[in-house]
Ligand binder design. Structure first.
Ligand code: HPA
Ligand code: ZN
Length: 337
């Protein structure tokens, strides 16, 4: 029996791969453009949506970064986070670890403290709404290693507001080892670490090998190219490394959702999770991603429950909190049978 959309919306879940800047919906973009007097070249929602033309990570990023110009003051960053958290609540997200890209803002003159203080205010409001939200600071891998180090230094006074460190943006010619030094520092300083290994990149498998063996990440964002090397699959099974997969995002920036790879890994017992990545751009929030994957690849209710449990298991919360959320999933599944 196929699994219903309602069941997936109500399933308690954690979101672990979500770029706050990727939640900028056309309505908020237009409102902030007007408020801040910024010409974004579009004045209607339809025009904004028409500009969403991409078929690769590179062409997606070319639309994604210019849009961020509308984010100027603390309130703008706070509003962006709150808008997302309200949607997350409707999808029964209980816990989330959210990426943000400070360099996308500092590089255009917005101070680091504006970004972190604004997002953190939003996070606090989310907690008042009952969502346990946290921030993961990502470095832009198409900027220099030195710029990442400087950004890391700027972030240290705010370390109590940052749960982990990540790496995103254009992977082409920007391998993980470019950032080995700053990730080594972050690990020593007690941050959790994760890195994007985007789908079907040049030398994807070499990058995955390095993030596992040399960087020593706790999770991989995307990363399903790992199926190309069985020894690496054995390694992630042994070390319980999480994968934050984003099926709908994959279907936009590559030729498919990569659900076959996800299903294979899930069946092997790998900690596969499902997330929305940049939901405003792919018009799919987390339960829509669960539903898209389940329907296209004929996954069972049990498979989807396992994915939701994985999302808490590989999250960066206490063992006690993990047990609490997993119990919540079991109670939910029993109550709707
Ligand atoms: N990969 C790399 N950079 C990104 C992504 C992604 O999935 N989303 C937003 N920035
Ligand atoms: Zn991403």
């Amino acid at each position: 029996m196929s699994v219903s959309k309602e069941f997936l919306y109500g399933l308690p879940k954690a979101e672990l791969h979500l770029h706050l800047e990727g939640t900028l919906e056309p309505e908020l973009k237009l409102r902030l453009a007007q408020k801040n007097g910024i010409d974004i070249g579009q004045t209607t929602i339809e025009q904004v949506k028409e500009s969403y033309q991409f078929d690769s990570l590179t062409s997606f990023l070319a639309v994604y970064y210019p849009a961020m110009n509308v984010l100027q003051d603390e309130d703008d960053f706070c509003d962006l986070a709150v808008d997302y958290l309200q949607k997350a609540k409707a999808h029964n997200v209980k816990h989330c670890e959210l990426f943000f890209d400070p360099q996308a803002h500092t590089s255009r003159g917005v101070p680091f403290e504006t970004v972190i203080n604004g997002y953190y205010k939003g996070i606090e409001k989310g907690r008042e709404m009952g969502i346990d939200a946290h921030l993961i600071m990502c470095f832009l891998r198409d900027m220099t290693a030195d710029c990442a180090l400087k950004t890391y230094q700027k972030a240290l006074p705010y370390r109590d507001k940052i749960l982990g460190i990540g790496l995103d943006s254009d992977e082409r010619d920007n391998p993980p080892m470019k950032f080995a030094q700053v990730f080594e520092m972050a690990k020593k300083d007690g941050f959790h670490v994760t890195m994007h290994c985007d789908i079907d990149q040049q030398d994807s498998i070499g990058h995955i090998r390095d993030v596992l063996y040399k960087i020593g990440v706790e999770r991989i964002d995307h990363g399903t190219n790992i199926v190309e090397d069985p020894s690496l699959v054995d390694y992630v099974l042994a070390h319980k490394i999480g994968f934050t997969c984003c099926p709908v995002s994959n279907s936009f920036v590559t030729s498919d959702m990569k659900g076959r790879e996800m299903t294979y890994l899930l069946q092997r017992g790998a900690k596969i999770t499902v997330n929305s990545d940049d939901p405003a751009y792919f018009q799919s929030y987390i339960s829509d991603d669960y539903y898209a994957l389940a329907t296209k690849y004929n996954l069972s209710k049990e498979d989807m429950i396992q994915i939701a449990k994985n999302s808490f298991e590989v999250s960066w919360i206490s063992d006690e909190a993990k047990r609490k959320y997993i119990r919540m999933i079991d109670e939910y599944a029993a109550s709707v049978e």
